[in-house]
Design a protein around this ligand. Structure first.
Ligand code: UTP
Length: 293
């Protein structure tokens, strides 16, 4: 029996410089796609994959994320007085169970690898998931649930969400050097952080979903700074490859980079058109705007 993945880490300590000025006082994870903040989609995906404990690695200015996953008695009272039970129920459903959420501060944004390392004591000696809320995925089955299935099939190991990207974009991602490949899951033989297209080993990129074995923490502990002078998760995973198996999963679904303006706008259009309550009206607007282009 392989050990179950029960905990997920949500690194939300980044500065979000690509989205200024919106992210000056508000974390980018609170940007709404349609009517839900990005971090709510991330938590919902984790719950759909069976995650029981939620660990947020936060930074300054992120307390509204804590408030978002807490009760709001004043709001609840007003909604209840106005008989808005459907909204009340939805707010209730959005909350993880009491006692299942932890927040830890990353004092300085020293990179994703450093953010993950900050969760070491909360995760302990068990496999865990990492979800980057700004990578939003529209799929029938939650991407993390697909990754859990792959991990079960392979009898354990580390699993990374992977997707083919245009060759000229390899310098934006961690890129996989592929080994055995069945078209869906691929053995990772090497990982390179943000390679120039001229030296990239493939165009198969790792995006913001990871299932990792706890050994990653020991490696992160001594990990030197890499690209952008940050402690990179990709570098630590790369150093772990000799001692631990890694698989990339070409998940089913569409990923939107919501840390980027165009990706975020695209996500709003795609998610709105996927929502029964607004798809028709919004579709009419999109058609009329497109006709005027
Ligand atoms: P990004 O590379 O998108 O960086 O981080 P960023 O600072 O958030 O945004 P830009 O590039 O300046 O616009 C990827 C993920 O890692 C988290 C971010 O919150 C995001 O979810 N992160 C990054 C941290 O939690 N801490 C860090 O030190 C860096």
């Amino acid at each position: 029996m392989i050990q179950k993945v029960r905990k997920a880490v949500f690194p939300v300590g980044g500065l979000g410089t690509r989205f200024l000025p919106a992210t000056k006082a508000m974390p980018k994870e609170m940007l709404p796609v349609v009517d839900r903040p990005l971090i709510q989609y991330a938590v919902d995906e984790a719950r759909a994959a069976g995650i029981e404990e939620f660990i947020f690695v936060t930074g300054r200015g992120k307390v509204i994320i804590e408030d978002h996953f807490d009760r709001s008695y004043e709001l609840e009272r007003v909604l209840s007085e106005r008989g808005k039970t459907d909204v009340l129920n939805e707010l209730e459903q959005n909350l993880p169970n009491t006692g299942s959420v932890a927040y830890i501060r990353q004092r300085e944004p020293q990179g994703l690898g450093h953010a993950v390392w900050c969760a070491k004591r909360y995760v302990g000696e068990e496999p865990f998931a990492v979800i980057l809320a700004d990578d939003l995925i529209l799929s029938e089955k939650a991407c993390l649930a697909q990754m859990m299935e792959t991990r079960d099939e392979m009898g354990g190991g580390n699993v990374l969400a992977a997707m083919e990207v245009p060759h000229e974009h390899t310098s934006r991602y961690g890129i996989i050097s592929p080994g055995q490949d069945d078209g869906k899951k691929v053995e990772v033989t090497h990982l390179v952080e943000k390679p120039d297209p001229s030296v990239a080993p493939s165009n198969l990129a790792v995006i913001g979903r990871y299932i990792l074995e706890p050994e990653i923490f020991d490696i992160l502990e001594g990990q030197a700074r890499g690209a952008g002078n940050e402690i990179q998760l990709t570098d630590a995973m790369s150093n772990m490859l000799g001692s631990s198996r890694f698989y990339g999963l070409r998940f089913e679904g569409t990923r939107f980079d919501c840390g980027d303006k165009i990706g975020f706008l695209h996500a709003n259009v795609a998610f709105a058109l996927n929502r029964q309550d607004i798809a028709q009206d919004f579709g009419n607007i999109i058609r009329s705007v497109a006709a005027d282009l």
